[in-house]
Ligand binder design. Sequence first.
Ligand code: MRU
Length: 363
Amino acid sequence: MSLANLPRTIEWIGELDGFVRMIDQTKLPESLEFIACRDVACMWHAIKRLIVRGAPAIGIAAAMGAVLAVREETLSAERLLSKLDETSRYLASSRPTAVNLTWALTRMKQKARASAGEGAKAICTRLLDEAKQIRDEDEAACRAIGQNGLSLIKDGAQILTHCNAGSLATAYYGTALAPIYTAHEASRRVTVFADETRPLLQGARLTAWELQRAGVEVRVLCDGAAASLLQRGEIDLIITGADRIAANGDSANKIGTYGLAVLAKAHKVPFYVAAPSSTFDLSIPSGQSIPIEYRDEHEVRSGFGRATVPVGVPCLNPAFDVTPAQLITGIITERGIIRPVARDGIAGLLLTLTTANRTRLGR
Ligand code: MRU
């Protein structure tokens, strides 16, 4: 088993008249199946239903979805630009928390506007190139996060993670799992403890699936078991991903992450967040302004087909929570580790992007 066994999460197949091929993550771990999206409605539903999920992956999906929406638009460049605006609003309505989605759409709109004089067909070609570029940059960022986080992973480390911030959640290689994969490739022994992550079990279904496929030792535990492992000193380090990081470092991630950060503090275990720069939202001063997605209560009540809550009892299903910056030991990015986590360090790191890069990244 090795990383070569991990298929790409999302790819554009063919030329402009091609399609988007994605792993159907709702089918894992029972079967590895792919879905082909040929129109934007398919992509909206794929994002909404978590066929494709994870902040960087849904950014890529939105960018490719935008191409699907406008590629038939041969009338005029002006009509194409207005259709792209409309499509961006539609795709952005699929999931509110991960900023990568709107970040990617903003970047696509900027690219289209910069090419407006070239005619609709040429704009479409440029948009496809941009969507592929977003995918490729994400893979490169994940590999850099792996390198930057490697020093945190000692031989024999026991690492806890929550949800899935692995290859499946990105173009390839992951964010929270990237330093683990890099350590594994460097022949360091690592054991990963994967919270199952109620209600949709991204940890049990997805993190365990990809780590097993990559040959990394993994054990799944019920979310409630994490506290006792930490209490017994069995966890050296916690690494999670993020869906949106505010200017002060407050980080939104899968529901349950905040609780883990509190536990980590209580047990003096380092708590790291791993995320690419596309996950930072400097327009938001703190985590209080991060929009939290509430999903349908049936996911809690009977998520996998069997009723687990009495009929008539209401359920709550917030999909994300916010971990305050002061509970985060460091944020591992493609540009280095931000430690301590504070406004200045974040701004310093993001503003070291060159002007050229900033334009390219849509900032
Ligand atoms: O609801 P999901 O499965 O999209 O939630 C995903 C997470 O919370 C991930 O940890 C986050 O997107 C980071 S992915 C690199």
